[in-house]
Write a protein that binds this ligand. Structure first.
Ligand code: 5GP
Length: 128
């Protein structure tokens, strides 16, 4: 579904537009949440690539992995610790894949950093 373009702000002020995933985390757009804490939340992908396909999203709207800085080390580590717990809660603690697409040419379509957690079918290597 297309999302509306940014609305111009009065007096030339720029106000950051909430990302799609911020809106899902805020409950403004429906999403099937499976996990949340103070730093991140996870919900099912609307177009799953496997029986389990969950997006783990930091509440901080870092656009791409390449935009993360030293100040984000703890947050990124937290995501990597939580991802296996989510896979395990889905029943796939021993066989899951975590993917981050960085940049449009690598398949990124939502510019709010997210980890894809994919499981529930044989996962070939290398991925396409
Ligand atoms: P990317 O292509 O940026 O790595 O991943 C974005 C993911 O977000 C895609 O797998 C896509 O299916 C998913 N997605 C896009 N829009 C929505 C939405 O409105 N709701 C949910 N739950 N997932 C979405």
């Amino acid at each position: 579904m297309p999302h509306s373009p940014p609305t111009p702000q009065p007096h030339g002020e720029s106000m950051a537009q909430a990302t799609l995933f911020e809106k899902i985390l805020a409950g403004e757009i429906p999403g099937e949440l499976v996990y949340e804490d103070a730093q991140c939340a996870a919900f099912r992908d609307i177009n799953p690539a496997a029986p389990t396909h969950i997006l783990l999203v930091p509440r901080k709207p870092i656009p791409r992995l390449a935009d993360a800085g030293e100040e984000d080390v703890g947050l990124l580590g937290h995501l990597m610790v939580i991802a296996p717990k989510i896979a395990a809660a889905e029943g796939f603690g021993d066989a899951f894949r975590v993917v981050v697409n960085n940049g449009a040419d690598a398949g990124q379509s939502v510019f709010h950093l997210h980890l894809h957690i994919i499981a529930g079918r044989p996962l070939k290597w290398p991925p396409g």
